[in-house]
Design a binder for this molecule. Structure first.
Ligand SMILES: *Cc1c(COP(=O)(O)O)cnc(C)c1O
Length: 423
């Protein structure tokens, strides 16, 4: 754990009489935070925004860039922009900008389509590369639902079975008949971080491919796709990458597999020579092979501008701050929330924690509604989970403290056992 986020003995920040001890510590932590200035790259207000794991805040660079794309590139250059403004090559170019954040070399990531669609490409493409005798796909038993739905359909189409397995059990459950496992790097509900290097190694030793969904880890912690020899990976860009509502997702294919990767959606954008308009399909080399049809340029270029918020930011520093923020939030919850009212379902162990804190709480739906009314925005996941996402690029320690204090006040005011707003 980095020294940076240890509370210094004295920072010269004066303590006002009667101030909460944790509020003073929060100010000291913010004063010493090397990422504190990055917050200015975002449009924020007095709301404590802890839902960046669902929709990241707006980076300041986006509105001006989008105005330019619409006014100049679309409005004036029109069709010329496909070449002159670099629209045609944007999926690979933006992929190369995401690549360092997930530990990938250039040429391995392509941006386009939704995460759900990229899961389909990765799973079917993975099955097509797997050994002949394979009969099954393993799917993270706690997966975000779309991954499971798509994997089941992909399995049906390829004649394989789907077997749900808890990530911690994959090493024991994988067999020589397993084509691949589709695993969420961080569990969207509990915030648990799965062991990507260990699970990938276990899959490889049984001859299976590792397909990772990075939706809740990319932009929050180091992933190391190349270093850990991950085969295929997908992720969305509107969570910790702040690309905006519905911004396009990405697909990663390991370099040594790119030549064998056969997309189940071989649209003309993935052709070796798209403008030859050849009735016969010849796939392009490299990441381009993951493209399908015409990219949605406005969303893609908004994402590209959003990624400027990462200039000069090391993902290791983001991880250090993320752990410090979630530790501090949990400490404040312990200090402020009446005993027994919440239970953290997020692992305490740093090696198993993503960048969110999930608290099981009776009546969680009503509690979250009240928190939002009081300016603390997290979200509610049925049946009983309060989710608080911590985006190290813009969340401060003072906000973590205020969120915990407000939660304590809301729970102190609500009688115990109050039924939730929703089941
Ligand atoms: C957010 C999320 C998705 C979203 O998929 P879309 O196709 O973008 O709607 C998929 N998988 C996981 C694990 C997620 O967290």
């Amino acid at each position: 754990m980095s020294e940076t986020y240890r509370t210094p003995d004295s920072t010269g920040v004066p303590e006002s009489a009667g101030e909460r001890e944790q509020a003073v510590r929060a100010r000291q932590l913010d004063a010493a935070d090397p990422l504190a200035a990055i917050r200015d790259r975002f449009t924020l207000d007095d709301t404590v925004y802890l839902d960046g794991n669902s929709l990241g805040a707006l980076p300041r660079a986006v509105p001006g860039r989008i105005a330019e794309v619409i006014g100049r590139e679309w409005g004036e250059l029109r069709i010329r922009s496909w070449t002159e403004s670099g629209w045609w090559t944007a999926p690979e170019r933006v992929g190369d900008k995401i690549a360092p954040l997930i530990g990938a070399a250039p040429g391995r990531v392509v941006v386009g389509d939704s995460t759900s669609v990229n899961i389909f490409k990765a799973v079917v493409g993975g099955v097509r590369m797997a050994g002949k005798g394979c009969t099954e796909i393993l799917v993270d038993a706690a997966t975000f639902p779309t991954d499971g739905y798509i994997a089941r359909s992909a399995a049906r189409m390829t004649g394989l079975a789907v077997r749900p397995v808890e990530p911690a059990r994959i090493a024991d459950e994988v067999t020589e008949r397993t084509a691949l496992a589709l695993v969420n790097h961080v569990d969207y509900r509990t915030g648990e971080l799965n062991d990507l290097p260990g699970i990938t190694r276990a899959l490889h030793s049984a001859g299976a491919l590792a397909v990772w969904d990075l939706c809740h880890s990319a932009g929050a912690l180091p992933v190391g796709l190349d270093a850990h020899h991950v085969d295929l990976a997908v992720g969305c860009t509107y969570k910790y990458l702040n690309g905006g509502p519905g911004s396009p997702a990405y697909l990663y294919v390991r370099e040594s597999l790119q030549e064998r990767f056969e997309s189940p959606l071989p649209g003309w954008n993935s052709h070796a020579d798209p403008f030859a308009m050849d009735p016969a399909y010849t796939p392009a080399d490299g990441a381009v092979r993951g493209r399908v049809g015409t990219p949605d340029i406005l969303s893609l270029l908004a994402l590209e501008a959003a990624l400027e918020a990462w200039d000069g930011v090391a993902i290791e520093d983001v991880r250090a701050k993320s752990l410090a923020l979630t530790d501090f939030f949990l400490e404040c919850v312990g200090a402020y929330v009446p005993p027994g009212r919440v239970r953290s379902v997020t692992p305490a162990d740093h090696r198993r924690r993503g960048s969110q804190v999930s608290l099981a709480c009776s009546g969680a739906g009503a509690v979250m509604e009240e928190l939002i009314r009081r300016g603390v925005v997290g979200d509610f996941r049925r049946p009983d989970v309060l989710r608080f996402g911590f985006t190290p690029l813009y969340t401060s320690f003072a906000e973590a403290e205020r969120a915990a204090w407000t939660l304590g006040e809301v729970l102190g005011a609500l009688p115990e056992g109050e039924p939730g707003a929703a089941g």
